[in-house]
Design a protein. Structure first.
Length: 103
C-alpha cells in the first residue's frame, strides 16, 4: 500500500510505558471511535473531538438517506406527502437502529 505524500509528514516516534491493561483500555477506546491507537492518542492529547463508531455510521447513513430523498424529489415533480412521510419514518428507524448498536 502506497502512502500519500503530505506537506508535513509524521516522522517522529513516541514510546510509552504502560501496563497491558492500560493498553487494552486505550485500544478499546480507539476502536469505539473507529481510529487507530495512534490517531486516538493524538486526538485525545490535542483535545480534539473524537466520534464513536455509531456516530460515524449514523452520519454515513444520513448521507445515504439524504441522497435517496434528493433522488425522490428529482424524479417526481409532485411528491405526495405520504411518500415523504414514509421516507422520514425510514430515516428515523435507521437512526434508531444505529444508536441501538447495529446498522
Amino acid at each position: 500500500m502506497a502512502f500519500r505524500k503530505v506537506d508535513n509528514p509524521k516522522s517522529m516516534r513516541l514510546e510509552l510505558r504502560l501496563t497491558p491493561a492500560e493498553k487494552l483500555a486505550l485500544q478499546a477506546k480507539a476502536d469505539e471511535c473507529a481510529l487507530s491507537l495512534s490517531e486516538y492518542l493524538i486526538a485525545a492529547g490535542m483535545k480534539r473531538q473524537t466520534r464513536d463508531r455509531s456516530d460515524v455510521a449514523a452520519i454515513n447513513l444520513l448521507r445515504e438517506v439524504a441522497a435517496g430523498l434528493k433522488a425522490l424529489h428529482a424524479a417526481v415533480d409532485d411528491v405526495h406527502e405520504g411518500d415523504l412521510q414514509r421516507a422520514l419514518d425510514a430515516t428515523v428507524a435507521a437512526i434508531q437502529r444505529v444508536w441501538a448498536g447495529g446498522v
